[in-house]
Design a protein around this ligand. Structure first.
Ligand SMILES: [Zn+2]
Length: 208
């Protein structure tokens, strides 16, 4: 799922000629609340590709982002170029990175200086959380996340361990990280079909 960065407010801001860039986003289970710290500047958005539409295919589980211009040409790889009835589309929303890597880096440094690094609040370890956020801010990573349970149920296998799956995807050359939003989920630029293949291979090789 993508993050609906209060899309009403976002639309209003862009209509007024402002550009909104998320610096930091934090999802709290106790709410649930999604907090986003944004930088609002006057002028055109840095990259209009980051505002768009997200499709999710009910049939194969593939997710894809689309720009305004591509709205008419949505089709899932699983339907061989034909119009897919299995696509659910949401938007317009922010489909770019959730955090600004430089900003998170500064926060980690600051937390260290203030001696907050090993602070735990509400069962959340600050350093681990910031580290996850830093991984998530890799600009190659797409919006949203994939639950391992979804990969497992589509592959008809048991859920692979999170760390094994992440390391394997990275070895295969895909940008992959944990998600600070969902505990047993990954962010990756690996398409769902390939995630399924890799998870199956892991199972067969009994690497897990
Ligand atoms: Zn599909």
């Amino acid at each position: 799922e993508g993050i609906g960065l209060s899309s009403g407010a976002l639309r209003e801001a862009t209509a007024l000629g402002f550009s909104v860039l998320p610096l930091f986003s934090y999802y709290s289970y106790h709410g649930p609340v999604f907090r986003v710290l944004v930088r609002v500047t006057h002028g055109k958005p840095h990259d209009t590709r980051d505002y768009g539409f997200i499709s999710y295919c009910n049939k194969c589980g593939n997710s894809e982002g689309y720009s305004w211009g591509e709205l008419g040409q949505m089709c899932c790889p699983c339907s061989n170029g034909e119009v897919s009835r299995s696509l659910v589309v949401s938007g317009p929303l922010w489909t770019g990175p959730l955090h600004d890597a430089d900003y998170i880096g500064e926060m980690i440094k600051l937390a260290g200086e203030l001696g907050w690094t090993y602070t735990e609040k509400g069962g959340v370890d600050l350093e681990k959380l910031l580290q996850k956020m830093l991984e998530e801010s890799d600009c190659r990573l797409p919006f949203g996340y994939i639950k391992l349970d979804e990969i497992a149920s589509r592959a008809k296998i048991n859920s692979p361990p999170l760390s094994t799956m992440i390391i394997t995807l990275q070895k295969e050359g895909y940008a992959t990280s944990r998600s600070h939003i969902a505990s047993n989920a990954i962010k990756t630029n690996c398409p769902m079909a390939m995630c399924i293949q890799i998870a199956k291979k892991l199972q067969q090789n009994q690497l897990i």
